[in-house]
Design a protein around this ligand. Structure first.
Ligand SMILES: *[C@@H]1O[C@H](CO)[C@@H](O)[C@H](O)[C@H]1NC(C)=O
Ligand SMILES: *[C@@H]1O[C@H](CO)[C@@H](O)[C@H](O)[C@H]1NC(C)=O
Ligand SMILES: *[C@@H]1O[C@H](CO)[C@@H](O)[C@H](O)[C@H]1NC(C)=O
Ligand SMILES: *[C@@H]1O[C@H](CO)[C@@H](O)[C@H](O)[C@H]1NC(C)=O
Ligand SMILES: *[C@@H]1O[C@H](CO)[C@@H](O)[C@H](O)[C@H]1NC(C)=O
Ligand SMILES: *[C@@H]1O[C@H](CO)[C@@H](O)[C@H](O)[C@H]1NC(C)=O
Ligand SMILES: *[C@@H]1O[C@H](CO)[C@@H](O)[C@H](O)[C@H]1NC(C)=O
Length: 217
């Protein structure tokens, strides 16, 4: 059964929004450039299992000149939970070069983990990071705790509107999309997020995150 489902999701559908049609917690039509090696994700397409296995490169044509928070979630990690999303990545302190390529100077609060649930929709989100932002001391998410991330709380708690997004479905071992990254959607070791050199960052109490209890996101 799994192989039939996986084969079905290898088809590419046409989509308008940059977020999954059935997912209403975060909606935008603004594209976040999301590249895995030479593969530049087109919203809603199915990626072969191995493609999203390493930290992606973000890019934007929006002329983003502030500091941003990048988040990737598995939107359907636990459908019996009122908060069905799990965190794949939470990278704070993202800036974009004049060419529109993202990078970060701090280690991700939640390091990227290779998506592993075939058929699930993985959603990448970009928010403006508030000035002076520090990961709140009671922020419960880290490398070993990723479950029940309430996406709709980000904008509220971090005073940060959703700017851009992109998403893909994890496929099985179907073939790679034929389109590849081009200029403006760059990638490569020198621009990636693999080596945060300035963590761990200072933590402080009383920051914007009001409730550190697990499952509040
Ligand atoms: C996205 O674009 C569609 C089609 O143009 C439009 O109906 C929808 O309102 C837009 N959504 C947002 C959040 O801008
Ligand atoms: C970012 O760009 C906008 C629009 O060009 C400009 O108004 C703003 O001052 C810039 N901000 C910074 C921090 O450079
Ligand atoms: C899914 O969510 C339900 C309800 O919150 C919880 O009881 C269950 O343990 C969760 N399953 C997993 C695998 O986390
Ligand atoms: C990291 O980059 C942010 C945004 O440009 C800046 O505010 C911060 O001071 C930098 N931190 C370090 C440790 O370089
Ligand atoms: C990760 O988060 C969980 C839940 O918030 C916490 O119990 C655990 O101690 C944290 N682990 C690390 C290494 O900080
Ligand atoms: C998720 O966060 C939003 C915004 O804070 C809140 O309204 C909603 O109740 C939360 N969802 C759950 C299931 O706690
Ligand atoms: C993809 O193929 C590899 C090698 O044959 C296998 O180990 C892996 O389980 C496959 N992944 C999926 C999701 O089918």
């Amino acid at each position: 059964m799994l192989s039939l489902i996986a084969a079905a999701v290898c088809l590419i559908g046409s989509v308008l929004t940059q977020t999954p049609p059935s997912y209403t917690l975060a909606v935008t039509n603004q594209t976040l450039g999301l590249s895995y090696g030479s593969v530049s994700v087109e919203a809603g397409e199915t990626l072969p299992y191995k493609v999203p296995s390493t930290t992606p490169t973000l890019s934007s044509t929006l002329g983003l000149n502030e500091t941003y928070i990048a988040i990737i979630v598995d939107t359907t990690a636990n459908l019996s939970s009122p908060i069905p999303a799990d965190l794949v990545w939470f990278q704070q302190d993202v800036t974009f070069s004049s060419a529109g390529i993202g990078s970060a100077n701090t280690s991700a609060q939640v390091p990227y983990v290779a998506p592993s649930s075939v058929g699930h929709a993985y959603l990448a989100l970009l928010y403006t990071q508030p000035p002076g932002f520090i990961i709140p001391s009671n922020f419960p998410y880290n490398d070993t705790f990723r479950v029940a991330f309430n996406v709709s709380r980000v904008a509220v708690d971090f005073h940060s509107p959703l700017l851009a997004a992109n998403w893909f479905v994890l496929g099985s071992n179907c073939s790679a999309p034929s389109h590849t990254a081009s200029s403006g959607y760059g990638y490569g070791a020198s621009t990636g997020f693999a080596s945060g050199t300035h963590g761990p960052w200072a933590k402080k109490t009383g920051a914007v995150y009001a409730n550190g209890a697990a499952g509040r996101y």
